[in-house]
Design a protein around this ligand. Structure first.
Ligand code: SF4
Length: 230
């Protein structure tokens, strides 16, 4: 890595840390807590793809109410599973992904359990999860952050947009690459609160259309805003 690349990374680290502190001032500091068992989190996250939280939860509750084990879900006819998770949208594809992931976990681990990821380092755990069919970097990061408390950052559309505007990553950075770059620069102890606060900031202030820069606590440090002012 050249000296200038190292300098840029160092500046971005400082900026990420300042952004984290400012957003904590604005929205508070959420403490990491383990939500649900890791395999439940994985299935829930597959259900969350391309839908909102209400429809995701409706499908997940329907699934948990109808079947008592993931083993049962694994052996269902795919259209029956699709029917149960219909409210999440793209239900045929999601049924296929859920069963493919369960099948592969059973093949590799010998049982439907991914708790062994706890003992892996972040990179290995990420590789393991993203090698499952239908599990991308964002899904893997959600499972690793929320179920295992690892320093993974799920880059959703809000995190991606806001961090690009702030200048933490370049405007042409792919979402996949953003996972790697942001995890490198964000202090580990900030990841959980920063994830929550960036999503909230993106929904309420730094909206896709017409960002509310005049009300934004990050405006002094924001590349997009400062370029527009110049
Ligand atoms: S100053 Fe504007 S563009 Fe920058 S983070 Fe705030 S709302 Fe978004």
């Amino acid at each position: 890595m050249s000296a200038s690349t190292t300098d840029v990374l160092e500046q971005r680290r400082k900026k990420a840390s300042a952004v984290c502190d400012l957003l904590i001032q604005q929205y508070g500091d959420r403490i990491s807590e383990r939500r649900i068992p890791p395999l439940d989190e994985l299935v829930l996250t597959i259900l969350s793809q391309h839908t909102n939280d209400v429809n995701m939860m409706r499908a997940f509750e329907s699934l948990k109410k109808t079947y008592s084990t993931w083993e049962e879900v694994l052996h269902l006819p795919q259209d029956e599973l699709g029917n149960v998770i219909k409210s999440s949208g793209m239900y045929n594809l999601k049924a296929k992904r859920i069963q493919a992931a369960l099948r592969e976990i059973k093949r590799r681990v010998g049982k439907l359990d991914i708790s062994h990821l706890e003992d892996m380092d972040l990179e290995d755990a990420k590789k393991w999860l993203t090698s499952l069919h239908g599990v991308g970097p964002k899904t893997a990061a959600i499972v690793l952050l929320f179920s295992f408390g690892k320093a993974a950052l799920p880059v959703d559309t809000h995190v991606w947009r806001v961090t690009k505007r702030l200048g933490l990553i370049e405007g042409n950075t792919s979402r996949e690459k953003a996972h790697v770059l942001l995890e490198e620069m964000i202090p580990h102890e900030c990841i959980y609160s920063l994830n929550n606060n960036l999503v909230r900031h993106g929904r309420e202030v730094c909206r896709a259309q017409k960002p509310r820069c005049s009300e934004c606590i990050l405006s002094d440090t924001c590349t997009y805003h400062n370029k527009r002012k110049a």
